[in-house]
Design a protein around this ligand. Sequence first.
Ligand SMILES: C[S@@+](CC[C@H](N)C(=O)[O-])C[C@H]1O[C@@H](n2cnc3c(N)ncnc32)[C@H](O)[C@@H]1O
Ligand code: SF4
Length: 446
Amino acid sequence: MQVVTIGNRTDEPPKEETREGNYFVSNYPPFSFWKPERAREAIAALDQTPPADTPLGIYVHIPFCRKRCHFCYFKVYTGMDATQIEAYLDAVRKELALYVERPIIGGRKPRFIYFGGGTPSFLSTKQLGGLVDEMKRLLPWDEAEEVTFECEPGTLTEGKLKMLHEIGVTRLSLGIENFNDELLRANGRAHVSKEIDRAYRFSRAAGFPQINIDLIAGMVGETEENWRETVRRAVELAPDSVTIYQMEVPFNTTISKEMRSHGEEVAPVAGWPVKRAWANYGFSEFEAAGYTVTSAYTAVRDPAKAAFVYRNLLWAGADMIGLGVSSFSHVGGTHYQNEHQYETYTDRLINGELPIFRALTPAPLERFVREFILQMKLGSVSRPYFLGKYGVDMNEQFHFELSAIRDQGFLTFDDQGARLNRQGLLQVDRLLHQFFLPEHRNARYA
Ligand SMILES: C[S@@+](CC[C@H](N)C(=O)[O-])C[C@H]1O[C@@H](n2cnc3c(N)ncnc32)[C@H](O)[C@@H]1O
Ligand code: SF4
């Protein structure tokens, strides 16, 4: 997934109930500062030759799903027919073809590929084959260290999994979320638990180097007892990595629309302290089984084998070209986003244009803040790293904020950097807004 963010405000007391609004911080400066009138900055960035040591990655957004989950805020279409899907894939192929002619590629080959959604596994093997063959022809994957592919368990067949393995997927990510059929149904998921077991068995048999599973702590109807059972079954599967999200109820989801229609302000899910406790329980159980927590959301069985190249490179300033409707890119120091409607996205490609909708080129201090914020989500940040890369002393720049978070008991810092403790890590997204520059606080994020 490419995550869109909004956020709670730091100058307000923490809202401990779950309310409507996005919480997860995925990028900086906030998206509301990216402007259509600055789209030409993206074009200019594509005409530069890249610094030799900047890694390149490709993100591909596949916006199709069997059903829209009640909590989902991603750009998703349900009910599109094969002709519409083929037209979309054709647009994605055209988009990549426009990029490979640009100086910014500079002879680089992608170090990571990420198929996110929506549901990439919604595609048939034929659709997938047509897309991947052309992608590889245009920009070979032979130097890719990681190819991630997001899957909804009910869309997987043995044949599709074999094909995913053959085309070079190294990290298969399964959106399991929960094992309880009643809960899955109540949250609008298309899959049931029987499909999880099947999909997992076939995925293991196909031989992927890394299988990740996603869980959500605090879905509608979740209870302490059921969450413990979900964690028990997840540990039993022995995935190579697990991602535990805490349920948020973003704007424009089915749940938030329901809330509005009933005039309710508090979402029908557990409050943040309970969700944190559940996520903590999940991580502790995985730790007891030998896993290592490597970010606010992730635990891995063997850190040497389950690096998350996409996250690590992106959060350290890599270039990433985002293909597809509403995709986000970060290239040559400029952020931009594609057109966010199917029709406008495909129309612009039919006309031979890059479908760039809005852009922003952050100033050096904003680039520092972005990287600092993203790396905080890994649990620690290095002062020498930021001094060397940006010439900014994080302890001076953020003395007030780091001290405040330390005084709340969530963090320690010294001349080497800052480290969040587990309680701090579990609520890092709420804490991060304090590091925004003043002009970006209290701004709408999306
Ligand atoms: C694009 S989906 C993964 C692939 C596939 N679409 C699926 O759902 O199985 C990315 C993940 O985001 C998480 N997610 C989506 N909406 C969320 C929300 N409102 N709160 C917390 N996590 C959420 C889910 O764990 C989901 O698996
Ligand atoms: S399957 Fe995944 S992308 Fe699709 S609606 Fe559900 S959470 Fe969103």
